[in-house]
Write a protein that binds this ligand. Structure first.
Ligand code: AMP
Length: 288
């Protein structure tokens, strides 16, 4: 496994690889790796001759007052975990190597896709995500790039960005990895104390209940969403930000629920913001 920190080192490492190998997989992360990240890396290693993971806490996707400073960073631990996956290259740059001091070019996918749900509560977040991912695509020029369905809206936005800008990369969405009790793995779960960790399970429970309501024949999105909201409002220790059902294609709100529509939730447990989602018709779970 090769570790590179600068763009020059990255170019050098990739030059030879591009000559000798046909497929290159990219897995962008912010580090503090867990099984969710590692599942993406393993998938990339299975699909591609060479795989590269980036570890970069991207400052431009954090808003004022968010957790940029306290976001968990432990490169040594991340590298130990990365080594066990078969990843070929880890790119771990410093912010000043990624953004020029006078950085002024931004990639945005305007409209409801970026402005609703997480985009409404985190203005500028998806602009930061799209910009850093576009930069990574240009630097690495991967054959395929891997993103988790955990950040379902992000995945949809990145698909739109890639399509609209004709970026020659295949976007691969990967299933959510969960703890055995259902909590979706997230680098931010370490902020939770024991009680909050228990309270956070209400998010998973609510999504599962929505799947059960759907399986029992409820097809009105309005009714399903109303039940999600009232279930979340009675959950102790949780402050609901949004509970929605969306069409994963255009992120519109359907009237009649269908199997592939997605229930999406965001809630705060104390100061920690958690997101999760599920399709209305369940797929087999992946446990950590
Ligand atoms: P992050 O480091 O939080 O920016 O996440 C990097 C990538 O890992 C993103 O594509 C996330 O969607 C994905 N990811 C994060 N948590 C999970 C999870 N529990 N299961 C699957 N993918 C995940």
């Amino acid at each position: 496994m090769q570790l590179v920190h600068t763009k020059a080192e990255l170019h050098q490492a990739l030059e030879d690889i591009r000559r000798r190998h046909r497929s290159l997989g990219l897995v962008p992360t912010m580090g503090a790796l867990h099984e969710g990240h590692l599942s993406l890396v393993r998938r990339s290693c299975a699909d591609n001759e060479i795989s590269l993971m980036s570890i970069f806490v991207n400052p431009t996707q954090f808003g004022p007052g968010e957790d940029l400073e306290r976001y968990p960073r432990d490169l040594e631990r991340d590298l130990r975990l990365a080594r066990q996956t078969g990843i070929n290259i880890v790119y771990a740059p410093e912010p000043r190597q990624v953004y020029d001091r006078d950085h002024s070019t931004w990639v945005e996918v305007p409209g409801p896709l970026s402005e609703s749900l997480c985009g409404a509560s985190r203005p500028g977040h998806f602009r930061g995500v799209c910009t850093v991912v576009a930069k990574l695509f240009n630097l690495v020029r991967p054959t395929r790039a891997y993103f988790g369905e955990k950040d379902f809206q992000q995945l949809s936005i990145l698909r739109a960005m890639t399509r609209q800008l004709d970026i020659p990369v295949q976007i691969i969405g990967c299933p959510i990895v969960r703890e055995p009790d259902g909590l979706a793995l997230s680098s931010r779960n370490i902020y939770l104390d024991d009680q909050q960790r228990q309270q956070a399970l209400a998010i998973f429970a609510c999504l599962q209940q929505t799947q059960r309501d759907y399986a029992a024949g409820e097809r009105s999105v309005m009714t399903l969403v109303r039940r999600m909201r009232s279930q979340m409002e009675t959950a102790p220790g949780l402050e609901l930000e949004y509970a929605e059902i969306r069409d994963p294609g255009d992120f519109g709100t359907p009237e009649q629920a269908e199997d592939h529509h997605r229930a999406l939730l965001a809630a705060r447990v104390g100061t920690t913001r958690l997101i999760d989602n599920m399709p209305l018709k369940p797929k087999p779970p992946i446990n950590a």
